[in-house]
Design a protein around this ligand. Structure first.
Ligand SMILES: *Cc1c(COP(=O)(O)O)cnc(C)c1O
Length: 366
């Protein structure tokens, strides 16, 4: 009965399935939470920057005050770092909230959004929430095809969402392909480059140049990944000031909390922690991919802090790893039932995960 009263698009809206929580797994297995290895949500195995933790502790003393509504200091620090002004930056309660702002602002009932097959699921969930259709273009060999996205444009297309690198595939699109795509892109379409893993890249494509050129481009970044602040929910969008002004109309006044503000500001300055995280992830990703190759498992060579690997029955392997206190991400929800996504952890965690995987797959036919 209540569904009859609700907005019709909500009936078909899939529920986002997060990585299985540590506490739930520990209590089910009857073990201590510290013995669980979570490689399911691309989190930072080193935790947050110690400087961020210290700053957040201090900020708790003033928790009675509302946050700085315009997030001025953090926006100023980000703008200075990226070579923009504060008018080019919008903060979200996670970069996912900025995707929601985009939905509010640009995706009406009957509009189209375009993204790639196997793209990060949030784009489709949010488009659906606003009654818009999502066109998903084929992704041969798990690589996003930007030409196919251009060819899919209809008169109703408003937004194109491109995760680079994409999650869960890990595949990265080159500068060359991005430049070709931008040269063909009609002016009236907004392109979102979701760069949640930007700081892990060696040769990161430059999409901010298109913001400087006043194109309708929104670049998303986050404090959830390299900065290790996923629990605080803070991310941001960079775009030309006119576009940010539109998005800002859809933002609730205190969308980002005061603890996240100071944590992010301190994390941004802690370059040593960012370097150490990248070093650990580079080492761990190389190890995981080497081991997958030795086990003759098909994997997508990725640039971020996770790798997608083909294990046969993804759900079964997920359950068997779970029984061994290791949480990974099954990908059935992405129409990839034979694959799992494994985040890079500490070297010890990576080794335990590979040892468990070898045990589980030892009778497999290749
Ligand atoms: C992890 C991730 C994000 C981060 O989302 P937050 O809301 O900032 O935590 C965004 N996009 C992609 C593709 C991701 O994998």
């Amino acid at each position: 009965m209540i569904w009859k009263l609700a907005n019709p698009q909500l009936r078909d809206l899939a529920v986002y399935e997060p990585g299985k929580p540590i506490e739930e797994t520990a209590s089910k297995l009857g073990v201590h939470p510290d013995s669980i290895i979570k490689l399911a949500s691309n989190e930072n195995p080193l935790g947050p920057s110690p400087r961020a933790i210290e700053a957040m502790h201090a900020a708790l003393q003033n928790a009675q005050l509302y946050p700085n509504g315009g997030s001025f200091y953090l926006r100023e620090a980000l703008a200075a770092r990226l070579g923009f002004t504060t008018e080019n930056i919008i903060l979200g309660n996670g970069s996912n909230e900025v995707i929601e702002f985009l939905g509010h602002a640009f995706l009406h009932r009957g509009d189209d959004g375009i993204t790639s097959e196997y793209a990060f699921i949030a784009y489709k969930l949010i488009a659906t929430l606003f009654g818009a259709r999502t066109i998903e273009t084929p992704s041969p060999d798990y690589q996003q095809d930007l030409e196919a996205m251009l060819d899919a444009i209809t008169p109703k297309t408003r937004v194109i969402f491109i995760a680079n690198p994409n999650n869960p595939t890990g595949a990265l699109i080159s500068q060359d392909k991005i430049d070709k795509f931008m040269s063909r892109l009609p002016e009236n379409i907004i392109v979102v480059f979701d760069e949640a893993y930007f700081e892990f890249l060696e040769n990161s494509p430059d999409t901010l140049q298109y913001v400087r050129e006043d194109r309708n481009v929104v670049v998303l970044r986050t404090f959830s990944k390299i900065h290790g602040l996923a629990g605080l929910r803070i991310g941001y969008g960079v775009a030309r000031s006119g576009l940010i002004a539109v998005l800002d109309k859809t933002r609730q006044p205190f969308n980002v909390n005061s603890i996240a503000h100071v944590g992010a500001l301190a994390a941004l300055k802690d370059e040593a922690h960012q370097h150490e995280t990248k070093r650990l992830v580079d080492e761990g990703r190389a190890y995981l991919q080497e081991q997958f190759a030795a086990m003759k498992l098909h994997f997508v060579p990725g640039a971020a802090n996770f790798t997608m690997v083909k294990v046969g029955d993804g759900a079964a392997v997920f359950e068997k790893l779970l029984a061994r206190k290791i949480i990974v991400r099954p990908l059935k929800g992405y129409q990839l039932p034979e694959w799992v996504r494994i985040s890079v952890g500490t070297m010890e965690q990576n080794k335990q995960c590979i040892a468990a995987l070898k045990e589980i797959l030892k009778h497999r036919q290749v």
